[in-house]
Design a protein around this ligand. Structure first.
Ligand SMILES: [Zn+2]
Length: 67
């Protein structure tokens, strides 16, 4: 059951390298954006001005999860 909680979410943000949509991925307290096609990884900061609703919700949940 360790992987049952959502640690990733699909966003509508395009990969800067290949244009595929990025996955938001939780890694402890940090979230990264990862492209499943070309493997590129981006800091959320790099997409801060382009953030979509899915990513915003994911980040909110991240903060709620902290105990
Ligand atoms: Zn890519």
């Amino acid at each position: 059951m360790a992987f049952s909680s959502p640690r990733t979410t699909e966003t509508t943000l395009p990969c800067d390298a290949c244009g595929n949509t990025l996955l938001a991925e939780r890694d402890c307290r940090k979230v990264i954006l990862r492209c499943s096609v070309c493997g590129a990884r981006y800091e959320v900061r790099a997409y801060a001005s382009r953030m979509d609703a899915a990513l915003e919700r994911f980040l909110e949940n991240l903060y709620c999860d902290r105990i």
